[in-house]
Design a protein around this ligand. Structure first.
Ligand code: GLN
Ligand code: ZN
Length: 755
């Protein structure tokens, strides 16, 4: 067997113990200097490179590190930084963070740029903002060069990896009249200069990632792509560098013919999510080009089945010279945790089925080397039988009928009934659920988990927090209250913890936005609820006030999307299983006197296929009904709320309305309320609470600012349907800024009522 070469698209960067997160937070608090932060970053990069070197990876990427986000890095690389940030006159790194977080201090007051979901992942990027004055040019000390040199100095030859011009321009926001096409020449110039510098520093290859090629692509976009690469490839070649084009998160059916006609030295295709990648190969692949074959899943956490991978490689080998096939991950390993080795609690019967980043690079090596013992071991692992079916769950699924998915009466009738029940003022104020998770809240949970305090002590503390939280909300004058979610670490992990069928990791953190991470539970077998989960807290909270307190649940689609799903059962079925479990909880809350229940679907959009043509058939047709399944059986007077993060749902607005909730709250403050037009045009019937301020930033919005936002909202939406709320949960915020912001929010609503 020939020894094959291997490649990795990107490696996790947060640190095995989230060192980057903790260091960044210390830096923001002024506890460590910029130099100290940079030193920690450098150690994290070296750790990743060394691991890959040890695993024998042939093509090790550099420039996959980021202090916040790689697209933001690219914007800084190209000088795409709005003037208002530059004018703050703070250090480059601080300016960078100002764009990501917003800045409020002695140097000025600016909001952060909007954030969006990165393709079909739970990672988010900062949307670059381009205006007519934007001058694309290469920065002075380009990050890719710096990091290439750093690896080289450590004795590691890397491939600098860049986000490509097409993807960068495609994902940017244009605030003037100029369009993507107007910036191509300058961008090519910048990339060429960078290629020159990298070549001079000793680099051999440049890897350019163009994931935006997996979307549906129209003619205009296709010519933009060609315009960029016809010229750029030639210029990069002139520097002496080889260049590969890396794609991921799907197949590139719309541009494949153009892509293989271009003179790339390597092409990276995704054989996991790229349904048509094999078919595309059949249409031809250039003879002397390397194929970076993404066959090890960069998103799941399951071991690869070597026999299947070999079969896939053989299939690929029919169309591509096996000598030219490089075994690669399907996407960056950013989307999986570091290593299963960090799991000291999880029993081995589970652990041996898992592969995180460090195991995956080992798998690449095993597959490349065809090591016999490893392959035998792998075969034995996949021959193991895992018990996963729960008869009660299967029976409940079989019994589902249309009536389980339809609530009655109709929403407009319910609205009248609910109006009488709740008698809320116009512009009712509420929050999204969580209140600041202060150190005492976290240590109470931790102490209980470690067995240092009794369950009664743990509960007592939470009851005290809930009482204080209710008192604070009453004092502030909010209309619909929440209990504060002090018992939860995370909106998905908490439910996973309390449902059967999930397993949990201790350290399997994955980056979500900036240096914030989530620790998704793993769906191991059929999901089932054996006892009430939240009822105790909601009932207690409601007992402290005469105002309505919202029951607070996470919806089935979000629980699925923020877990690592199993792969032997369809996503649809897994979602229905979760839906049935959450339905039991909804009905129990209702039975216990909770009159408003919020079912968060923060991650509804997450698994929306990247190609529009697949949206309904592959996703929405089961995801939206799964939400209705959860609330279809409640009484007409029970008010169902839902919440979504990131308001990018203009294009699925009909489906959002079809969730049939009574009220939806969503993020709108960063994205400048664009969604309102869609709400108006489509005659959206769900009542809406477009977030009036950004909770991802510590900035306190002024009353005037909130009123201004509310005016924009009421200009588009019938005021009868408008709720006033922040744009997401408050758990990551400090107490002081939260109280100040909510006080202004309530005051703004009160002023508006008088107008
Ligand atoms: N209810 C959750 C909270 O307030 C919602 C979080 C979210 O949307 N991400 O924290
Ligand atoms: Zn949210």
């Amino acid at each position: 067997m020939t020894l094959r070469k291997t490649s990795v698209i990107g490696f996790p960067r947060i640190g095995k113990n989230r060192e980057l997160k903790f260091a960044s937070e210390k830096f923001f608090k002024g506890e460590i200097s910029e130099e100290e932060l940079k030193k920690i970053a450098s150690e994290l990069r070296l750790y990743g490179w060394k691991k890959q070197q040890e695993a024998g990876i042939t093509f090790i990427p550099s420039n996959d590190f980021s202090f916040y986000d790689n697209l933001l890095d690219t914007a800084f690389l190209l000088n795409v930084i709005p003037d208002r940030y530059k004018q703050l006159g703070i250090s480059d790194l601080e300016t960078y963070f100002a764009v990501a977080h917003g800045y409020q201090g002695i140097k000025g007051d600016v909001k952060a740029l909007p954030m969006k979901k990165w393709f079909n992942t739970n990672y988010h990027y900062i949307v670059p903002s381009i205006d007519d004055q934007t001058q694309i040019k290469l920065t002075n000390i380009p990050k890719p060069l710096f990091e290439y040199n750093e690896a080289k100095a450590a004795g590691i030859q890397t491939i600098p990896s860049l986000i490509g011009i097409y993807t960068f321009l495609h994902l940017s926001n244009y605030t003037g009249v100029k369009k993507a096409e107007d910036f191509v020449d300058d961008a090519i110039k910048a990339y060429t200069q960078l290629a020159e510098q990298l070549h001079a520093a000793g680099a051999k290859w440049l890897s350019i990632a163009e994931p935006a090629l997996v979307f549906d692509i129209n003619e205009r976009e296709k010519s933009l792509f060609k315009k960029i690469y016809v010229s750029l490839i030639e210029k990069i070649h002139a520097t002496g560098l080889k260049v590969s084009l890396q794609t991921y998160f799907g197949d590139v059916r719309d541009v494949y013919a153009d892509l293989i006609a271009l003179n790339f030295d390597g092409i990276g295709l995704d054989f996991i999510e790229g349904k048509k990648s094999i078919e595309l190969l059949k249409s031809g692949f250039p003879k002397n080009t390397l194929l970076f074959a993404g066959i090890v899943n960069g998103k799941n956490i399951w071991r690869s089945e070597y026999e299947k991978k070999n079969a896939l490689l053989n299939e690929i080998g029919k169309y591509v010279d096996p000598q030219n096939i490089i075994i690669s991950t399907s996407c960056s390993l950013l989307h999986v945790p570091y290593t299963v080795d960090s799991e000291n609690v999880l029993p081995d019967c589970f652990k041996r089925h898992l592969a995180f980043a460090e195991e995956k690079i080992q798998e690449l090596n095993d597959i490349a080397n065809q090591d016999k013992t490893k392959h035998e071991q792998n075969k034995a692992l996949f021959a193991e039988e895992r018990i996963k079916k729960n008869p009660a769950v299967q029976q409940a699924l079989n019994k589902l009928s249309e009536a389980d998915f339809k609530r009655s009466p109709e929403r407009d009738d319910r609205k009248k009934i609910q109006k009488n029940v709740f008698k809320l003022p116009s512009y009712p104020t509420t929050t999204i659920g969580s209140f600041p998770q202060t150190a005492d809240v976290r240590s109470n949970r931790a102490a209980y988990k470690k067995g240092n305090i009794s369950i009664e002590q743990y509960r007592e503390f939470n009851r005290k927090k809930i009482s204080e939280c209710i008192a604070l909300q009453e004092h502030l004058g909010l209309d619909v209250l929440v209990h504060g979610e002090f018992e939860r670490n995370d909106m998905v992990e908490y439910f996973g913890n309390n449902l059967d069928g999930f397993i949990f990791t201790q350290n399997a953190w994955v980056q979500s936005y900036g240096t914030r991470c989530v620790k998704p539970p793993v769906i191991w077998e059929d999901v089932h609820r054996s006892a009430p989960i939240t009822v105790e807290w909601s009932v207690f909270a409601q007992s402290r006030t005469n105002k309505p307190v919202k029951g607070m649940l996470t919806g089935p689609v979000t629980i699925l999307n923020w877990s690592f799903p199993r792969e032997d059962v369809s996503l649809k079925e897994q979602t229905q299983q979760i839906g049935l479990a959450i339905r039991d909880e909804v009905l129990d809350l209702e039975k216990n006197g909770i009159k408003i229940i919020q079912i968060d679907e923060a991650a509804l959009r997450e698994k929306l296929p990247l190609r529009k043509s697949d949206w309904h058939s592959e996703y929405l047709d089961w995801a939206i009904p799964a939400f209705r399944l959860v609330h279809a059986k409640v009484k007409p007077e029970t008010q169902i709320h839902t919440h979504m993060c990131y308001s990018e749902f203009g294009d699925i607005i009909k489906d959002i309305d079809a969730m049939d909730a009574d009220v939806i709250t969503f993020e709108a403050s960063r994205s400048d309320l664009k969604l309102l037009d869609a709400i108006k045009e489509t005659n959206f019937r769900t009542q809406v609470g477009p977030g009036v301020y950004d909770i991802h930033s510590p900035r306190v919005p002024s009353v005037e600012e909130i009123i201004d936002t509310l005016h924009k909202i009421t200009a588009k939406i019938d005021k009868e349907n408008v709720w006033v709320n922040p744009d997401c949960g408050l758990k990551t915020r400090g107490e002081e800024e939260t109280t100040a912001s909510l006080k202004n929010l309530v005051e703004a609503a009160a002023k508006l009522r008088k107008e």
